[in-house]
Design a protein around this ligand. Structure first.
Ligand SMILES: Nc1nc2c(ncn2[C@@H]2O[C@H](COP(=O)(O)OP(=O)(O)OP(=O)(O)O)[C@@H](O)[C@H]2O)c(=O)[nH]1
Length: 368
């Protein structure tokens, strides 16, 4: 059995709430470091030519720091800290410039960049928490530093406040919609459209995570692969819709029986996968055999007819039969194949396995 490409969907979801993806955030930060570092280099040179040596030195120093940051941000594990450091010092610097008595009125346009950068780099919640106070401070600085004695100055202030509020609202609405759309896409990408169970990609992601968690905690789990027997007959004799209803019922039956900490997925077609956590080697057989019996007893009414079927199961146990998702998959799949070969309606465990088929006089023990 081939396993799909490794993905960590939980991590993807988490990243979806932090604005841009990590890779994009790093590229944006590198661009910001380059642009602001380059600009400070130019300003520093101008100050130097103007004989403002102290200011020129400070600007050269910060410029050097920004170029160093541009190099470090590519691989740093502390991306969030770098982003906060850059944004808070950048925004504070912008406010400081506004306090300078002969600051140009055009310096206020930088205030409007605050929500855009915060939301792109930090996501909706953290972006709002950072940009709202800075926007407010920008408006207060403007009001304090300009005398609001005439109508034009008041109109200027109102323009600034209105623009800042609208910018914040637009970015907030945009980010909310983007986050919702991305969540929806992730949910769709993780679920099987027919049964609503996790799909193959999501199951593999869960399996990889479970292996890592159990390796750390020392607990075991069972990987079960189940395939319905002669399912083609249901489709061929009663139609595709009957087959679909049966698959949905099977999904419900499996989900109802296992624990909420377990995972159930439809791997494709009439094949399902289960991860049964914190189970002892012997107990997994008992549970899976109970599932086999339940399916064999299940009746799916369809029109005047009743659909009955059976299923075959293969079980591999962590860590006894493999320490990686791929090995466990391979072992469980081989057990399933053995079960199909031995007459179906079976449960086969890796190692010494019991094969119990309906209508057979007694259990058979099989090596797999
Ligand atoms: N109704 C329905 N049928 C599906 C779906 N996906 C796969 N199938 C059908 O499942 C059947 C699988 O047939 P086979 O691979 O021959 O397996 P089987 O008939 O169960 O036989 P064994 O596995 O050997 O016991 C095919 O008829 C597929 O068309 C689905 O989403 N809905």
């Amino acid at each position: 059995m081939t396993t799909p490409q490794e993905t960590d969907l939980g991590l993807s979801l988490e990243q979806s709430r932090s604005g841009l993806r990590d890779g994009h955030r790093r590229s944006l930060m590198r661009t910001l470091f380059l642009v602001t570092g380059g600009a400070l280099m130019v300003f520093g040179t101008l100050q130097f030519l103007n004989n403002h040596l102290l200011l020129a030195s400070a600007e050269f120093l910060v410029s050097g720091l920004l170029f160093f940051g541009r190099y470090r941000i590519r691989r740093t594990p502390n991306l969030e800290r770098w982003i906060y450091g850059y944004l808070i010092s950048g925004f504070s610097f912008a406010l400081l410039i506004l306090i300078v008595p002969d600051a140009s009125i055009t310096a206020y346009v930088w205030i409007l960049m605050i929500p855009v950068l915060s939301y792109l780099l930090l996501g909706k919640r953290a972006g709002f928490r950072l940009s709202a106070p800075f926007l407010l401070a920008g408006c207060v600085v403007y009001a304090v530093s300009t005398s609001l004695g005439n109508v034009i100055a008041v109109i200027d202030l109102l323009n600034l406040v209105l623009c800042a509020v609208l910018m914040l609202a637009f970015v907030h609405i945009y980010e909310t919609r983007r986050e919702e759309a991305e969540m929806k896409l992730f949910t769709m990408a993780q679920s099987d459209f027919l049964t609503g169970l996790a799909n193959r990609a999501s199951f593999h992601s869960t399996l990889t995570r479970t292996v890592a968690e159990c390796a750390r905690s020392g607990s075991g789990f069972a990987l079960v692969i189940m395939d319905l027997d002669h399912f083609k007959v249901v489709n061929d004799t009663m139609g595709h819709d009957a087959g679909d209803q049966t698959l949905t019922r099977i999904g419900t039956l499996l989900t109802e029986r296992v624990r909420t900490t377990d995972s159930v997925a439809r791997l494709g077609g009439e094949e399902f996968g289960l991860i049964l956590r914190d189970l002892k080697f012997d107990d997994s057989y008992e549970l899976v055999d109970e599932l086999r019996e339940r399916i064999a007893r299940m009746e799916v009414p369809y029109g005047d007819a009743t659909i009955r079927l059976t299923a075959s199961f293969g079980i591999a146990h962590f860590p006894e039969h493999g320490r990686s998702a791929e090995t466990l998959y391979r072992v469980a799949d081989r057990c399933l194949y053995t079960g199909k070969q031995s007459g179906r309606n079976t449960v086969v465990r890796a190692g010494v396995s019991a094969v119990r088929a309906a209508g057979q006089p007694s259990d058979r023990r099989t090596q797999s």
